[in-house]
Design a protein around this ligand. Structure first.
Ligand code: ADP
Ligand code: MG
Length: 470
């Protein structure tokens, strides 16, 4: 059936177009009046639907009669590096199911409408925005580490194209939320402005698509397609460094979209000024908008992120475990989530409640040092940071009250948390003798009884040291 169709199509369509758009199609299965075909990409499917739906309908009906229907199966590569199945926005009339969570999984689009060919040429291009609905602003916890980027992202989503953050460039190391934020912007635009054409794409995928089209002499189609987008989100633009000609295409698309008041959102692993291998003309355009960084969240924000994750997944763990994990994982958020997942896996595998013991065991695979020997030095640094006191002042003979107190607390903690002798502790404070240390410890105990703020501070520090020692 399909080869008969192709014969007809071949005569009608220009040879180049035929090669590009029809040769790659693989017929998969014919059931009753339904022909299932496999196409290489989402983009491909959309292009066919847009440009050749009538032709396909006519030829297929000629072969199979008036009840003929066409179904597509798309090889999708998810632009999502987490190996999670992508749940996609479902365009009207399409039901999609996806099977496994490998990087390339077949995505079946079943068209339950009686006669899909009757759908008239869609006015607005209908494209799958490639958004994963779990990545929202709501699930993106705000902290000092990401406040500017998150808020700029919200503004962009509320008024795409009509704000001064165009392009919005979000940069940060691995696992710090670039993809999540980019996707959240896309999802929010779709929520607030459903008719806007949104597309999320990784630069790798963009480059691959470009190269495919380039091989097929269809660069104009490629650029044309991208120029129809209202909000274009390109993830990990640092990978453009290996693809000079893709940069040219990107440059053309960027200019067109920007001039037409369309929104661009880009992410990269470094600030734009450090993006080696990207054309200067591109980098200068990145500076037109706003660049905002994503940092590793601090301890409290990490706790919030874990809490949010657990709440979303309907999980619970003892507070001390949440604190322990948050304290010890300080590389990136993906690792933080990884630790949580391992913990859950270990707990269900061993049919054992999650407790600190298990957490320590699991985290041994995540953090380099566990059960650290806490040193006087470490405690000194923690106290200095806590009270914002310079390190050298702590050791000198300053008589200023807050410094004296900080020094006394440090000695007290050193006595409680290290195995050092009073003499050694004294030596770590610019050669004071052991009676000074005894006196300091006594003073701290006394003050804790009488001064509640002082007591709170010491308790908080104790907790910090304790966590560091686990
Ligand atoms: P990147 O793209 O920068 O490598 P991702 O966006 O993939 O990082 O983030 C890694 C993981 O951390 C994802 O599961 C994401 O949901 C989560 N994450 C990142 N930032 C936050 C945040 N601020 N709040 C909650 N979860 C976050
Ligand atoms: Mg990413």
């Amino acid at each position: 059936v399909w080869s008969n169709c192709l014969k007809i199509i071949k005569d009608i369509v220009e040879w180049q177009h035929y090669k590009t758009w029809f040769e790659p199609i693989k017929p998969v299965e014919l059931k009753d009046y339904i022909l299932l075909i496999q196409v290489p990409s989402q983009f491909f499917y959309e292009y066919l639907e847009e440009h050749y739906v009538n032709l396909l309908a006519k030829t297929l009906k000629r072969e199979l009669g008036k009840d003929a229907r066409l179904e597509y199966r798309i090889m999708v590569d998810s632009g999502n590096s987490n190996n999670k199945p992508l749940t996609m926005d479902i365009p009207a009339n399409n039901i999609k199911t996806y099977s496994n969570n490998e990087m390339d999984f077949p995505l079946v689009i079943n068209n339950p409408v009686k006669n899909p060919f009757v759908i008239p040429g869609l006015k607005k291009m209908q494209i799958d925005p490639q958004l994963n609905p779990i990545y929202t602003f709501d699930s993106f916890i705000e902290g000092d580490c990401n406040r500017v980027a998150r808020r700029a992202g919200k503004t962009v989503a509320e008024k795409p194209g009509a704000n001064s953050f165009n392009p919005l460039v979000v940069y940060g190391g691995v696992g710090l939320g670039k993809t999540h934020l980019g996707q959240a912007i896309g999802n929010e635009v779709k929520r607030l402005h459903p008719s806007k054409v949104v597309l999320y794409v990784s630069s790798e995928k963009f480059i691959n698509q470009f190269q495919d089209h380039s091989r097929n002499n269809a660069i104009n189609d490629f650029i044309h397609f991208y120029q129809l987008i209202d909000v274009l989100i390109i993830d990990d633009v640092q990978f453009f460094n290996r693809a000079e000609r893709s940069q040219d295409a990107f440059f053309a698309i960027f200019n067109h979209l920007h001039q037409s008041g369309k929104q661009l959102v880009l992410s990269s692993d470094k600030p734009p000024k450090d993006l080696d291998g990207l054309q200067e003309r591109l980098l200068s355009r990145f500076r037109w908008g706003l660049s905002a960084d994503l940092q590793m969240p601090d301890y409290d924000t990490r706790i919030e992120i874990l809490d949010k994750k657990m709440k979303n997944d309907g999980l619970d763990m003892p507070r001390e475990v949440v604190k322990y994990v948050s304290y010890n994982i300080n590389s990136n958020i993906r690792e933080l989530e990884g630790a949580l997942i391992s913990l859950l896996a270990q707990s269900s595998l061993n049919k054992r409640e999650i407790d600190l013991e298990l957490a320590k065991k699991v985290l041994r695979n995540f953090v380099k040092t566990s059960s650290k020997e806490i040193t006087i030095d470490t405690i000194q640094k923690m106290v200095c940071e806590f009270f914002d006191v310079p390190y050298d002042k702590l050791l000198q003979k300053t008589r200023k009250r807050e410094i004296v107190q900080a020094r006394q607390i440090t000695m007290f903690l050193a006595k409680a948390f290290t195995k050092n002798s009073l003499k050694t502790i004294g030596e770590h404070f610019g050669g004071r003798d052991h009676t000074t240390v005894i006196h300091s410890c006594q003073t701290v105990k006394d003050l804790m009884d009488t001064d509640s703020l002082f007591r709170e501070n010491v308790m908080e520090l104790q907790q910090k040291v304790q966590l560091a020692a686990m």
